[in-house]
Structure formats: C-alpha cells, structure tokens
Design a binder for this molecule. Structure first.
Ligand code: 13P
Length: 253
C-alpha cells in the first residue's frame, strides 16, 4: 500500500447509530486530510451501511472479523459474502480480543486464506501478552506469526498487512503505550520472522502497522523511525479530533 495506513477499529462502539452518524459527520469535515491516507473504518456490523453511505469519499470499509461459514443457515453469523457485498475491503483478523475468546492461530490462518480468496486485504494482528525482560516475548511472537501465516503462499502476500498489537498496552493511555525504541525493535524482529517465512524480498514489501494506546500525544513518536506503515487505533478513533491529530502525525512523518 503506497499511502500510510490508518485503521479505525470502533470495536463495540459508539453505543448508538445516532452517535456513529455524529462521529462520521465530524470526520467528514476532514475528508481532504483522510484522503491522503489509506483510512479504513471497522464499525460494528449494524453500522456498516451508514459508514459506507457517509464516509465512502474519504475511507474504505473494514470488518472487525469474519466467519468461515459459507452461504446458508447459520443463525447469528454473517458470511464473508455478505461482508463483501457491503463493500468491506479489509478484514481485521486474529485480534487479541478474538483470540481471548478462544480463536486459535490455526483459525486465523484459515481466515486469512478465505479473505485473500475473496479479494479482501487481511490485516493480521499479533502481539505478546506481556513483555519479558529476558526477551521471551519474542519467541511467543515468532510462534504466533508462524502459526497464523501457516499455508499462506508467498504470491498472496502482496496485500497482507501485519498489525503489531502488544496485548498489554491495548485500551490504556498514551503514557502506558509501548516506547518507540521498543516498537522499532519489535518491527525489526517481525520483519526477520517474515523474512524467514517468505524470503527477504517478499518480507520487505509487507506493511507492519502498530496498535495499542495510540493517542495524539504519542502518535508522532510512534511513527517516526520505528518502521511502521501506520496505525490500528481503538479508543482514540472514537474521538474525531483525536483521530484527526493522529492522521496529521502520520502525514507529517
Ligand atoms: P486502543 O487503541 O484502544 O488501545 O485499542 C487498540 C486496538 O485493539 C485496536 O485494534
């Protein structure tokens, strides 16, 4: 992806459609700014239509997860076909909040292959649960990346994005976020693992974004010289002004 990436993961927010519309209206006032980035909005499913109606000129729609069910009778589930028909262009896969509900790396790898077949960009989340002063978290990260990408062909990686989201910094505030130096180290490590799997040339082309307590006050430092190609933003994406400031930090990288 040539533009820097900004993914707004709304998770299970805002709490009403009216609030979601209000947020989109505020975001729309900065459409010229967002057009300079590859902005994706991943709303709760019932808000998808509103997002595509109101934000199509400056963003693309993303899914927070997918299911592997085909068309058919699966009460309570939504198939990839339906997501695609709504215009989903990217799918967040293997988010730690899904993994905490029991999703395995094997399921993540199946989902990656399914979205690639559907022509949707897979944004694959990986990240250690805690940081270990002896560096054991790097081994965890290696295993999670290898298992999640198992069976993904080198040829299909052109649209693959890795989101590095250390679980221990998600949902906190800028002061608790990962330090830029530690982020840079993790990015180098992830590139090395990708290089072991796909070879150096292919690995160099895979974008790595960062997520975990990105806020206006730390966004600038987290994007500068850390090797990331953008952010996956949770709570700060629900505040139009904060998202705008984060977008500005990416632009002025
Ligand atoms: P926060 O930005 O709220 O820490 O959430 C990060 C995240 O999980 C995005 O997917």
């Amino acid at each position: 992806m040539s533009k820097l990436i900004l993914v707004a993961n709304w998770k299970n927010h805002p709490s009403s459609l009216e609030e979601a519309k209000g947020l989109l209206k505020e975001m729309g006032k900065k459409k010229e700014l967002y057009k300079k980035l590859a902005l994706f909005i991943a709303p709760p499913l019932p808000y998808m239509e509103s997002v595509s109606e109101r934000a199509a000129s400056f963003s693309k729609l993303a899914a927070q997860d997918i299911t592997l069910v085909p068309k058919g009778n699966y009460t309570g589930l939504v198939s990839l076909d339906i997501l695609k028909s709504f215009g989903a262009r990217l799918a967040i896969l293997g988010h730690s909040e899904r993994r905490a509900m029991g999703e395995t790396s094997e399921e993540v790898s199946q989902k990656i292959k399914a979205v690639l077949r559907a022509g949707i960009v897979p944004l694959v989340c990986v990240g250690e649960n805690e940081r270990d002063k002896d560096g054991d978290h790097f081994e965890f990260l290696r295993g999670e990346i290898k298992q999640s990408l198992a069976g993904v062909s080198k040829q299909s990686t052109s649209s693959l994005i890795i989101a590095y989201e250390p679980v221990w910094v998600i949902g906190k505030s800028a002061k608790d976020a990962l330090l830029p130096g530690d982020l840079a180290q993790s990015v180098i490590f992830i590139k090395k693992v990708l290089s072991d799997i796909f070879g150096r040339n292919t690995a160099d082309k895979i974008s790595i974004v960062y997520g975990g307590s990105v806020e206006p006050t730390n966004a600038g430092a987290l994007v500068k010289e850390t090797g990331v190609a953008g952010f996956l933003v949770g709570h700060a994406s629900l505040r139009a002004k904060w998202l705008e400031e984060i977008a500005n930090s990416l632009i002025s990288k």
